[in-house]
Design a protein around this ligand. Sequence first.
Ligand code: FES
Ligand code: MG
Length: 576
Amino acid sequence: MGTTKNTELRSTGWFGQEGKLGFIHRSWLKNQGTPHEMFDGRPVIGIANSWSDLTPCNAHLRRVAEHVKRGVYRAGGYPLEFPTMSLGETIMRPSTMLFRNLMSMDVEETLRANPIDGVVLLAGCDKTTPAQLMGAASVDLPTIMVTGGPMLSGRWQGKAIGSGTDVWRFSEEVRAGKMSGTDFTAAEACMSRSQGHCMTMGTASTMACITEALGLAPSGSAAIPATDARRFTVAEHAGQQIVDLVRDDLRFSQIATRAAFENAIRANAAIGGSTNAVLHLLALAGRLEVPLELEDFDRLARDVPTLVNLMPSGQYLMEDFYYAGGLPAVMRQIDHLLNQDVITVDQHSLAENLARAEHWNADVIRPATDPLLPAGTGTAVLRGNLCPSGAVVKQSAASPDLMRHRGRALVFDSIEEYDEAVDDPSLEVDASTVLVVRYAGPSGYPGMPEIGNLALPRKLLEQGVTDMVRISDARMSGTSYGTVILHAAPEAAVGGPISLVRTGDWIELDVPARTLTLDVDEAELDRRRAAWSPPRPAAERGYVRMYIDHVQQADRGCDLDFLLGGSGAPVPRRPF
Ligand code: FES
Ligand code: MG
């Protein structure tokens, strides 16, 4: 039995061991030139890096990691950087969401199996942020996230263009004959012109803000552009802070409490954040056993106005948001609605952090007295016989005149079927039609892709139609807009009622009443249900099969059922 030099830190279970075990654990690390004193019981800090050439938004994170290391060394810790799985939103098929839980498992098991006392998570692109948070939550070490920061504002022909948001807009303009193919290609390089993640208030910016609102990222860090020197300063400070958190044993679960989740949900409403945040927060809460329901998002957001004037709900971009004061300025506007006594990774209360908030631009970050959109226009949670386990709609990105709508369904069983039909001049569709695409949920597609913001039929675009009611069991990009009902649960592939809709059925949407109703009587629905049979699973083996067999529905955040909760950070049994 070895004796330990420092019984407080788990890394001592490796490096503080005598005999062959301690020799092996230390010796091989000395091949990197590590001096013996690094194993003297000082805090060992993991730097979980989702850098990858295949994740463009995270491609600069090795430089961020270098600055975290500086801070760790300065505070007397021993930093060890390691790669995590990475999920490139713009490249991976069929959907990064299929792999979020796999990445979280990678992070969880790597943390627990190694001599790590505290961790700095480095992520940026949409799914890398929640995946790292979920994995770290199940280990519950002291944890800080440093996000990679947004790209600089896109600029094209003298105008601001936003990641994602303007892709959807431009492609509709090309299809409507209002934009040339040459211009469309020219816009590519103008949109993504620096390192960093999407600079609209899409899912990446939303998750960065939410991580800060939860208290898990340094105050004021979410909005700093990826290329701004101050992001590297924040990274260095995070390296110092994590050593302090380890010394004080302040863990993930002590920061991400129910009160912190309530703050995050309210902040999400104020920033006009992505619908994907609903899924990721539900999944994260599941890991922490924090009680959180789909309805909490609707209830907590009802008295929160949308203050942040960023695309897709507004007009500006993340760079403008940073210069205007960033998230602290927003949270200060709604501080009477927040739980201000929560503690953050800065080791200050939220109240102390917000006392330092500065607000420089009242058009980018609107004051609560003159909001972009009034309270109650955030993400609404719908229920009804079409979605007994719920569906969501982002009101701030939708058309007010479609919030109450009754129309006939036009149903497609796959996005490919829809793609074939969308430009057909004989398609029987008008502006009042309700487009339904299904079998695009978590287990059905698989991986719940971002196809819910269906492109509008060409013949309607040519008539000048700019929005229609669209319903699916899929998601949509946080950068997109329109009257789009998402996450209908249960999904079609498990026999949810959305699988029973037929073309020509009447569907009634009433967002103020929070209902989505299929006007077909129960007896007829029972007949249709009896004739329904489940589709073949999309995979026979491997991770994808495991995912299909174990993924929970959208109202539970699409985590795998066996990943709920955590297993802590005990030192595992010896390998030799
Ligand atoms: Fe990575 Fe948008 S594609 S953040
Ligand atoms: Mg996205």
